[in-house]
Every structure is written in structure tokens, then in C-alpha cells.
Design a protein around this ligand. Structure first.
Ligand SMILES: *Cc1c(COP(=O)(O)O)cnc(C)c1O
Length: 462
């Protein structure tokens, strides 16, 4: 399997290269040269299989033989053995034909574990094979950092450095990162804000001389392996509800669009999907684009669903590439214009998108109302991100006869503030996280200066 850039000018790469690379050299994102297909018989044969076995079968064509089957199967099994639910991502029926797909049973209680538990293992495998070591750097305001650390803590060939803004992440989120005391995990608290941390990570990727030739790897959602791992739960949940013989719809709490784009890949592979409902919080660029063709940046708003607080939705570029019939020049023009000023999509691609995608934006007051209302009706406590998806599903579903699957992207205990504001008592942390607030922490406070951060990384890496 070869991978090509959405902007048409970077060299095509193998799966191994694409996982180790991150962003393409032309500023685009890598996508498979051809999207593999799952036949009706392939989907029928998945009924009743374990999540790990379905995962192996769905992802195998993307790996394209670059990891031998036995090894890949083992990596997949190990990744999903870290989940605390036997079904890995169980379906929970809330109402007539409305299901929650619980993606939060991994080590850090959010859906990012599904991809990052596997990505760490795939990276470690390729690095061992090459006899190389690599450094991961990332900036986080919460969710991604802890999932990346949990995904890499057992990886012999990786050192991971996660920057967070000092005193500006919640105590639970900080401790989820800083209480991991593994030798290859380095938490850096930056005396600045999230944008300072992000800027230093970006500058380090742009000029890697400070690492003297050691590879720097990105584990944010532009990494293709994260998308690939997320395709699996769309297939597994649809098969559980009757695919390939019954259509389903999905409602997805969205920000960088990596999650819902994975659903679109599953659809293109042959999964019968009627609708994708794109749910946003008040940071609604995706909703404005799909509903009003207003593809423009707006100031960041801090909301009750903080893991969806974004200005630009990086993975939307991958969907635009498909909507523009894989014309890299057109995508590059559009995105260069968008960086400078408000942009609009051409008519034909927008019409193509609207055949499968609808959208809905949910503000903070409504998030609280949905948490209360859903609990009243179902006794289920939704986290604030999932609440946006739940409301969007109810408002936008095309019909009541197609099963609707709302993706539950986080456990409510992780976002206790919103749950308290909605009028409920705190939610206890699950057993494996009990005692988090008493655990020993380790992190280094550094000034928001690029030289200081790079010197620390260069010196501490093993
Ligand atoms: C990251 C995240 C999202 C947004 O997912 P994207 O792939 O960026 O669209 C939604 N909910 C939670 C809890 C998250 O951590």
C-alpha cells in the first residue's frame, strides 16, 4: 500500500514511512493511494468475532504486508488487552434505535486510547526492526498528552516528551500524565500557555538539528495510523447491528475531524452508512462549513467540552481531498486561501459532502440541558463531548428506522466539572484510576523558551 499527499506534491510513501513521518513535506496529509474494500462476504464473516480479530482484518490492507500477520495480530491483541471492558468498545442502547458506542474504556478514559495504544506499539515495532530510536514531542491542553504517554510508556525505542502549560490543566489531567514514572516519559510544564507549548513543538519539527539525526515523530491525529485504528470501531459496531444487511448512521463529537473521517473511510471501504452527523461545540467551523459554506476561522471559545475546542480542523483536509476528486492542486489552493481569509468550497464538492454529512452545533447551556435530559430519560450520565453528539443525533437523524450510533468519546468522570454544573454529584473514577490523586508525580518546569526545551530534550533522551 502506497500513501499520497492531499496537496499532490510530496513523494508517495510506504505504510512504515508514513507512520514514522507525520505531515507531508508539501504541508498536506497522507492518505492511502487507493481505499481498500470490504466485500459483503468479508463483512458477513465478521459477525461474532472478537474486537481484536475484526481490527486485524480491517487494518491488514492498510499495513499492506509491511508487518507480518502474526506480529501484527499480536500488536493488535496487546493494544486492546489494555481496555477494561471485555468487548473493548461496547454498544449501549439508550433509546429505540439509538445506541452509544462507548469508546472510553481505555487507560485514560477517552477515545484517543483506541488509536494511541496501537500506534505506540506499531512505532516501537518498526523502530526495533530498523535498529533506531525516536523521540516523540507533543503539546497538550489535556486529553491527547495522557493517551500518548499511556500508549508509549512500554515502548523501548521511544522517548516521549509532552509539554503542558504549567498550572493551566486540570489536576486530574495533569496527574494522568505526571504520575507515569516510566524512564522514557518526560513531562514538561511550560511557564506559558498552550499556544506557547504548541509553537515550540512546531518549531522543533521544522528544524530538528537539535536532535543530531534522531528522528522526531508526531502522534497527533495527522498520523495515518490513528485514522486507521479508528476505522475499526465503525465496522465492528455496524456489524453488531446487522451490517452488511442493514444500514446504520453515526453521530460523532468532532474537532480535528480525525474520528469522523475514519468513519468515512469505513463507508468508502463498503460499510453501509446512511448518514454521518458531525457534532461540534461552540467552536463550530465544521458546522458553519457544512451548513452555510462558511469555511473561515473564528476566535477560540473555551467550552464545557474542552477536547473539542479548536479553531482549525486539521483532518478536514482529508475529506476535502476526496470531495475535490483527489485533486491536490485544488486542495492546496483552497487551504492556502483559507489560511489568509474566509473561504468557500466550490459547489460540486460541497454537494458531494452534503450527500453523507449533516452537522449541528451545541452550546454550553445546551450541553448541560442534554446531560440532565438524557439522564432523566435513560439513567445514563453523558460526558459533555458525548452530549453534543447525542443532541446532534436527535436533531439531525434522517429517519427513526435506521439505527443511530452516537460515539461516546469520554467517560463522564474525566469531565466532572460539567457533570457537577449539570446538577449531579461527582462521578467516581473507575477502579484502575482510584488513588490517582495520591500518586507520586514527576515533571520538569521550564521557561517558554525554545532553546531551554530543546536542550532538555536533547540531554534527557536515552
Ligand atoms: C479529541 C476528542 C474529540 C474530538 O475528536 P477529533 O478526532 O479531533 O474530531 C472529541 N471528544 C473527546 C473526548 C476527545 O478527546
Amino acid at each position: 500500500m502506497r500513501y499520497i499527499s492531499t496537496r499532490g506534491q510530496a513523494p508517495a510513501l510506504s505504510f512504515e514511512e508514513v507512520v514514522l513521518t507525520g505531515m507531508a513535506s508539501d504541508g498536506g496529509l497522507y492518505v492511502p493511494e487507493t481505499i481498500p474494500t470490504l466485500s459483503t462476504a468479508d463483512l458477513e464473516a465478521m459477525a461474532g468475532l472478537s474486537y481484536a480479530e475484526i481490527a486485524f482484518r480491517v487494518m491488514k490492507p492498510f499495513v499492506g504486508g509491511e508487518i507480518d500477520d502474526d506480529t501484527f495480530r499480536q500488536l493488535v491483541e496487546d493494544a486492546y488487552a489494555t481496555f477494561s471492558h471485555e468487548a473493548v468498545v461496547p454498544l449501549n442502547q439508550l433509546a429505540s434505535n439509538h445506541f452509544l458506542l462507548e469508546l472510553f474504556h481505555g487507560p485514560t478514559l477517552a477515545f484517543k486510547d483506541v488509536a494511541l495504544q496501537l500506534l505506540g506499539r506499531i512505532l516501537d515495532h518498526f523502530l526495533a526492526k530498523r535498529g533506531e530510536r525516536a523521540v516523540i514531542m507533543g503539546a497538550t491542553s489535556g486529553d491527547t498528552g495522557s493517551a500518548a504517554i499511556e500508549g508509549c510508556r512500554h515502548c523501548d525505542n521511544l522517548d516521549i516528551f509532552i509539554l503542558h502549560p504549567h498550572n493551566r490543566v486540570s489536576e486530574v489531567q495533569r496527574r494522568q500524565m505526571t504520575s507515569v514514572l516510566a524512564d522514557n516519559v518526560f513531562n514538561i510544564a511550560i511557564e506559558g500557555d498552550f499556544d506557547d507549548a504548541q509553537a515550540m513543538v512546531k518549531a522543533s519539527f521544522a528544524d530538528q538539528a537539535f536532535l543530531n539525526g534522531t528522528r522526531l515523530v508526531a502522534v497527533n491525529s495527522i498520523n495515518w495510523a490513528r485514522i486507521m485504528a479508528q476505522v475499526v470501531y465503525y465496522v465492528a459496531s455496524a456489524v453488531a447491528l446487522g451490517a452488511p444487511h442493514r444500514e446504520v448512521s453515526f453521530s460523532v463529537p468532532s474537532a480535528n475531524f480525525g474520528n469522523v473521517f475514519a468513519g468515512y473511510v469505513a463507508y468508502r471501504m463498503g460499510l453501509p452508512v446512511k448518514q454521518f452527523v458531525v457534532a461540534t461545540n461552540a467552536n463550530d467551523i465544521l458546522h458553519r462549513t457544512l451548513a452555510d459554506n462558511d469555511f473561515s476561522k473564528q476566535a477560540l471559545k473555551a467550552t464545557l467540552a474542552p477536547s473539542m475546542d479548536i479553531v482549525v480542523s486539521s483532518n478536514f483536509e482529508r475529506l476535502l481531498f476526496e470531495a475535490y476528486d483527489r485533486n491536490g492542486d485544488a486542495v492546496r489552493d483552497l487551504l492556502e486561501r483559507f489560511q489568509q481569509e474566509p473561504a468557500v468550497l466550490a459547489e460540486a464538492p460541497l454537494a458531494t459532502l452534503r450527500e453523507k454529512f449533516v452537522s449541528h452545533s451545541v452550546d454550553d447551556d445546551t450541553i448541560l440541558e442534554v446531560i440532565r435530559e438524557a439522564h432523566g430519560r435513560t439513567k445514563e450520565l453523558l460526558d459533555p463531548h458525548t452530549a453534543t453528539g447525542y443532541r446532534a443525533a436527535e436533531r439531525m437523524r434522517a429517519d427513526a428506522s435506521t439505527p443511530m450510533i452516537t460515539l461516546a468519546t469520554a467517560h463522564p468522570a474525566k469531565f466532572a466539572d460539567a457533570v457537577l454544573q449539570a446538577g449531579f454529584e461527582g462521578v467516581p473514577l473507575p477502579a484502575h484510576m482510584a488513588g490517582l490523586l495520591e500518586r507520586e508525580e514527576r515533571y520538569t518546569v521550564l521557561p517558554a523558551e525554545l532553546e531551554a526545551v530543546q536542550a532538555f530534550v536533547a540531554e534527557q533522551r536515552r
